[in-house]
Design a protein around this ligand. Structure first.
Ligand code: 6PG
Length: 503
């Protein structure tokens, strides 16, 4: 038995936990690991023994008290367990074994209100709690995720060296992710994709918004694919080649890159291309839903993000859609002549819609900052999304720059770079949506993003009529354009003599 205590502990050896543990070990930290089911621990240790250069730094435990005792105090214990009840159960099982000052770090996709509650309860009991978003899937966890921690400054100071070490790294000048690590060979240098996001639930909230943006980013890519397939009659590998080309330009991102790979993947079983064999029903685990609910609750028009969630819901109604397709007819598709021109227009539509999607995500975080009393640094958030996470993209450097130029930027669309991009792309964007609508190809995310753009840039909307309707049937009152804001009027619409200042 090694006498030196472990630097850190980790509970939960599912895929993310195993990979994060190995990442931590690769960076020179001795890590104690524990899993509720001991077989999983045994299998993991056997794998480490056989294949992992950092195997000597990984110490498995089968007894929780022993596991906790083996960690240097104040202890840092990372949880990677099933979010929700699983997290509460893991915390409750650890509590009797902890000492004051120990820190629990929840790396799951927790709901931010749960994180606020847990932080409050644990700090009242003398412990510290960090809710940290972890993005990048299993490869990210293993070789460099984007990490979004929320909690007290003191707890963060203790965790920071480990989180800085294991996070993805980007080039300090270009913001481009540094080439990936390999087992036992971490990336050295570069700017780590992690930063203290704020107190209590801030890290998990920001991770949730990351996921909301992930949903719309993916949906927009799917709509571009759907247009090329259904309108232009292109095959999967032809479309894949387009995405690979787009990945060389402004749209360069992890999601565009993997889309190119996916579309070129032959079906290893039945011939043809795999994507054509995959059932068109999308699943979801709830973070896009949470983002949309939070937007609705705070009155933030994140309509494109919500649309991406609804698009998944619609896709899941497969049997209904198949039945409806035999009853409800749309227009006959008329393929346009100028294939190359339409592809370029789709690229512009994708880019403009993406700007709106991110604008909505950042607008939502700005609202949450006030609602939950956080101090968020949007430039830093964009910075730590440049590498490691699922939405990593060249585009994030532009967002970082925009907040660098103006830290109090009200809406991303108003930053000079983005307003110019919207200006130059909007004709193509509108043309693509018009073409899709005429041909009956659904583009809900493209069009809801455009509706957001058109709504946001409208000094006057038809909501005057809406407010009149509310007053008509419910005496809900209205403000007048010729009177100061904040003064409310009501008209007795049946007599309609003169409106009155509402009491
Ligand atoms: C990440 C991802 C990840 C998320 C999956 C699945 O940042 O690594 O966001 O946290 O769980 O993408 O999400 P859905 O099942 O909801 O698509």
């Amino acid at each position: 038995m090694n006498a030196k205590k472990a630097d850190i502990g980790l509970v939960g050896l599912a895929v993310m936990g195993q990979n994060l543990a190995l990442n931590i070990a690769d960076h020179g930290y001795d890590i104690a690991v524990f899993n509720r089911n001991p077989d999983r621990t045994r299998e993991f240790l056997a794998h480490c023994e056989q294949a992992e250069p950092s195997k000597d730094r990984v110490r498995g435990h089968y007894d929780l008290a022993e596991f906790v005792q083996s960690i240097e105090r104040p202890r840092k214990i990372v949880l990677l367990v099933k979010a929700g009840d699983g997290t509460d159960a893991a915390i409750n099982s650890l509590l009797p074994h902890l000492d004051p000052g120990d820190i629990i770090i929840d790396g799951g996709n927790a709901h931010w209100l749960d994180t606020i509650r847990r932080e409050k309860e644990l700090s009242a009991a003398g412990f510290a709690f960090i809710g940290s978003g972890v993005s990048g899937g299993e490869t990210g966890a293993r070789f460099g995720p984007s990490l979004m921690p929320g909690g007290s400054e003191a707890a963060w100071a203790s965790l920071k060296p480990v989180w800085d070490a294991i996070a993805a790294k980007v080039d300090p000048v270009t913001g481009i992710p540094l080439p990936g690590a390999t087992p036992g060979q971490p990336v050295t240098g570069g700017v780590p994709c992690t930063a203290h996001i704020g107190t209590d639930g801030a890290g998990h909230y920001v991770k949730m918004v990351h996921n909301g943006i992930e949903y719309i980013d993916m949906q927009l890519i799917c709509e571009a694919y759907g247009l090329m397939q259904n309108l232009l009659g292109m095959t999967a590998p032809e479309i894949g080649a387009v995405f690979k080309q787009w990945n060389q330009g402004d749209l360069s991102s992890y999601l565009i890159e993997i889309t190119g790979d996916i579309l070129e993947q032959p079906d290893p079983v039945a011939g043809g291309f795999l994507v054509d064999k995959i059932l068109d029903t999308a699943g979801q685990k709830g973070t896009g839903l949470w983002t949309s609910v939070s937007a609705l609750e705070q009155g933030i028009p994140a309509n494109a993000i919500a649309e991406a969630v609804f698009a998944r819901s619609l896709s899941a109604l497969k049997a209904e859609r198949v039945a409806a397709s035999a009853v409800l007819n749309g227009p006959t598709v008329t393929p346009p002549d100028d294939r190359a021109g339409v592809i370029e227009s789709i690229r512009q539509a994708l880019y403009c819609s993406k700007i709106c999607a991110y604008a909505q995500g950042f607008q939502l975080m700005a609202a949450a900052e006030i609602t939950y009393g956080w101090t968020l640094d949007f430039g830093t958030i964009a910075q730590i999304w440049r590498g490691g996470c699922i939405i990593r993209a060249r585009f994030l450097q532009k967002i970082t720059d925009a907040y660098g130029e103006n830290a109090t930027l009200r809406n991303l669309m108003l930053a000079p770079y983005f307003s110019q991009a919207l200006q130059s792309g909007q004709t193509d964007w509108r043309d693509v949506i018009a073409l899709a609508v005429r041909n009956g190809v659904p583009v809900p995310a493209f069009s809801s993003a455009l509706a957001y753009f058109d709504g946001y840039r409208s000094a006057r909307l038809p909501a005057n009529l809406l407010q009149a309707q509310r007053d008509y049937f419910g005496a809900h009152t209205y403000e007048r354009t010729d009177q100061p804001r904040g003064q409310f009027f009501h008209l007795d619409w049946s007599s309609a003599t003169r409106d009155q200042i509402a009491s």
